[in-house]
Design a protein around this ligand. Structure first.
Ligand code: ADP
Ligand code: MG
Ligand code: MG
Length: 312
């Protein structure tokens, strides 16, 4: 993603949630607001990461089925994640970590780019039922009724955190900013001159700054899930990080990316992943059934389809 150029802004780039994040503020020169954003990013990374020891998610995953007290934010995100799991019949599945952790799409080392043993995938798939995650909202307690189920919120956490950063920015009086969490763009207001921001939809496997289309909008979330950010290739087959919860293998349905336009980024994040898994027809059907959510689907031949509320 890249925003249209503008004159004066302050910004900060850092690395959280296994990805590059950037916050850019157009209408305020106070660097301490950026400090605040990065503190929040660190806080949520430590709270929600499945791999960070002592995160809320790590504690649940290592509880052997005992009830675990977690923060209200974790409860709220798990609640939303389970809502989308049910809505999409498990296409979006927050209980997929036992399978996800068999794969390594991020390593720089060629040696790690291997397809896991099918037997291991089949065994892991037996412990991916999201209905075994029991959330007690009133008491802020999570219990896994299958202790071998492991939670991973990588497909929704960045959206959730972007919303939290926006809330903070607005509290600080910011009215013009862009929050970019590794391809999850959340706009705060408009550009300082009251015109729209333009967000580019990256060309899958293209060069930096190559876009297949752009979205001009204000105050919205623009989130993309795609095959091209985390993947490895063996011969001509691309193995990427969005897995079909039914098979445990990367989704292979002709899509290269799905971009969701929504008010809240948590919804866009869950839906971008879900639609990618659901595929062109069921995915678009889901988007059309939802109010105030739009989508652009990019296919492996670089053709694009848009939901009815979007135009070319
Ligand atoms: P990105 O990580 O690029 O933002 P997504 O939001 O689509 O992309 O999230 C993909 C991540 O979510 C994967 O790296 C993995 O951790 C996890 N994941 C993979 N497949 C699924 C799925 N079907 N449902 C939920 N989470 C998934
Ligand atoms: Mg995402
Ligand atoms: Mg997502």
């Amino acid at each position: 993603y890249q925003a249209a150029s503008s004159s004066d802004y302050i910004d900060r780039t850092s690395f959280y949630f296994d990805t590059v994040i950037n916050v850019r503020i157009y209408d305020n020169q106070d660097e301490s607001i950026l400090d605040g954003c990065m503190e929040l990013a660190a806080y949520y990374d430590n709270l929600l990461s499945a791999s960070k020891e002592d995160s809320d998610i790590w504690k649940i995953n290592n509880s052997a089925g005992a009830p675990v007290k977690v923060s209200p934010e974790t409860i709220s995100l798990l609640d939303t994640a389970l809502y989308y799991a049910k809505l999409t019949d498990g296409a979006f599945n927050p209980a997929l970590y036992s399978v996800i952790s068999l794969w390594d799409f991020t390593s720089d080392d060629e040696k790690d780019h291997v397809v896991p043993d099918d037997a291991d995938i089949q065994k892991a798939l037996e412990h991916t039922d999201y209905n075994t995650i029991v959330v007690d909202k009133d008491n802020s307690i999570v219990t896994l009724t299958d202790p071998d189920v492991k939670i991973e919120l990588g497909a929704i956490a960045k959206g959730f955190i972007a919303d939290k950063l926006k809330e903070y920015l607005v509290q600080q009086g910011v009215r013009s900013a862009i929050i970019n969490l590794g391809g999850n763009a959340l706009l705060v207001g408009s550009k300082p001159d009251n015109t729209s921001f333009t967000v580019g939809v990256e060309k899958p496997f293209g060069n930096a700054g190559d876009y297949v289309t752009t979205v001009s909008t204000v105050d919205k979330s623009v989130v993309t899930s795609g095959v091209y950010e985390r993947y490895f290739k063996i011969d001509d087959t691309i193995y990427h990080h969005i897995l079909d919860p039914k098979t445990g293998y990367p989704v292979n349905n002709g899509l290269y990316s799905v971009t969701i336009l929504s008010s809240n980024s948590v919804d866009g994040d869950a839906l971008s992943t879900a639609c990618f898994v659901l595929g062109p027809s069921k995915g678009m059907e889901l988007i059309e059934s939802l109010d105030s959510v739009e989508a652009a689907f990019v296919y492996s031949d670089y053709s694009i389809t848009y939901s009815s509320g979007l135009t070319k």
